[in-house]
Design a protein around this ligand. Structure first.
Ligand SMILES: *Cc1c(COP(=O)(O)O)cnc(C)c1O
Length: 376
């Protein structure tokens, strides 16, 4: 299975036809408990918080897409991140990006800091900044690439090298790129984390999270915490993510193509002062297959940004991203509100688009019309 191509693994890894019925789709296994032959003798499943067949299929499939055999599915992206942070001790220090998903920052700064976790935010594109942020207690570097919402690109291999030399771990939030466009573990990262709510699920109908790791020992520790803390996904949610993942490659190709057309229009539009898209990054050209479906841009002021996000017809004004339908939002007042006053505060002139897979020309025209009629 590991020799098979990405698309083949997305459809078949962890999901052979059901041995009892031949069903080609893994059944949604709702049982909370599993009969034992004798005390402590079971067929791999005991109690459904610890594991169930639908979740096992999802874990094997997405782990395979990330290039490993160790994968854990969670009830949300933040539940996945939380368990990764629980492998640290009070007094440990983590270096986090100065541009990242707002909820990730909130988890570090407002939740884990209370239990003794120290953190420093820095621009991970800059090796000198990373050097300055490093402390004796640094045990982990948390990267996001491309970043949410500025679409900055971090050199995973370079940061992995520095992190490994100093005996710390590198975690990469791979939500924006997905394993189709970028393989953090192959580039030297210790873990790839996901909000499967986004591209893995792909249809805005399931909340989920995932952690894929290279090291079996760390995987055991994470699995212990996953069971002990209990933020596991429901079997139906696992089924939805598995179903989404089957079309991940074709969806990502369509997202990238549409984003490219949107970016070309934005770069020509007089109301747009700056476009954020990873195609300008030489590191992205090296470590990504293509540049993804997320596009951000700046306009002259906050009022214009708020006006534009209210004027689109096909791009729906909403939080979240990564699904077939196009979404638009104002990060400073929506997804990144929790970062106000922090090193991760977002420019108020910024608009973020999740470019969906609708007809290319319709998306370009919709956004152009909104910008044309935006307040002068
Ligand atoms: C949405 C998101 C998360 C959080 O995931 P949830 O599934 O909403 O808990 C983490 N990282 C990134 C980059 C995200 O976009």
């Amino acid at each position: 299975m590991t020799d098979d191509g990405f698309e083949t693994r997305a459809i078949h890894a962890g999901q052979p036809p059901d041995p009892h019925t031949g069903a080609v789709v893994p059944p949604i296994s709702l049982a909370t408990t599993f009969a034992q032959h004798g005390v402590g003798e079971h067929r791999g499943f005991e109690y459904a918080r610890s594991g169930n067949p639908t979740r096992a299929a999802l874990e094997e499939c997405v782990a395979s897409l990330e290039g490993t055999t160790h994968g854990l599915a969670f009830a949300s992206g933040l539940a996945a991140e939380d368990v990764v942070l629980r492998t640290l001790d009070p007094g440990d220090h983590v270096i986090i990006p100065d541009d990242a998903y707002g909820g990730t920052f909130r988890l570090f700064a407002r939740v884990h800091e209370r239990f003794g976790l120290a953190w420093t935010a820095c621009d991970l594109r800059d090796p000198d900044a990373l050097e300055r942020a490093w402390r004796d207690e640094t045990r982990m570097v948390w990267a996001e690439t491309p970043t949410n919402p500025m679409l900055r690109v971090v050199d995973i291999a370079a940061v992995a090298l520095m992190t490994r030399e100093r005996g710390a771990r590198l975690v990469v939030d791979n939500t924006f790129a997905t394993p189709y466009l970028q393989q953090p573990l192959a580039l030297g990262a210790d873990a790839a984390v996901h909000s499967s709510t986004k591209y893995l699920g792909g249809h805005s109908d399931v909340v989920g999270g995932f952690v894929a790791v290279r090291d079996g020992g760390w995987a055991d520790e994470l699995r212990y915490l996953q069971n002990a803390a209990g933020a596991v996904p429901a079997p139906f949610d696992c089924y939805l993510v598995l179903r989404g993942v089957k079309t991940l490659a074709v969806r990502m190709r369509a997202h990238c193509e549409n984003a490219r057309a949107v970016v070309a229009m934005l770069r020509e539009h007089p109301a747009v002062t700056e476009v954020c898209y990873p195609d300008t990054s030489e590191v992205a050209a090296r470590q990504m297959r293509d540049f993804g479906g997320m596009v951000s841009f700046l306009v002259r002021d906050e009022a214009t940004a708020i006006d534009v996000v209210g004027r689109t017809r096909i791009f729906t004004l909403a939080e979240s991203l990564g699904a077939v339908e196009s979404l638009i939002e104002h990060p400073a007042r929506m997804t990144h509100l929790s970062a106000v006053g922090s090193p991760l505060e977002v420019d108020r002139r910024l608009v973020r688009c999740s470019v969906g897979i609708e007809t290319t020309e319709d998306l370009v025209a919709d956004l152009r019309r909104a910008l044309d009629s935006a307040a002068p």
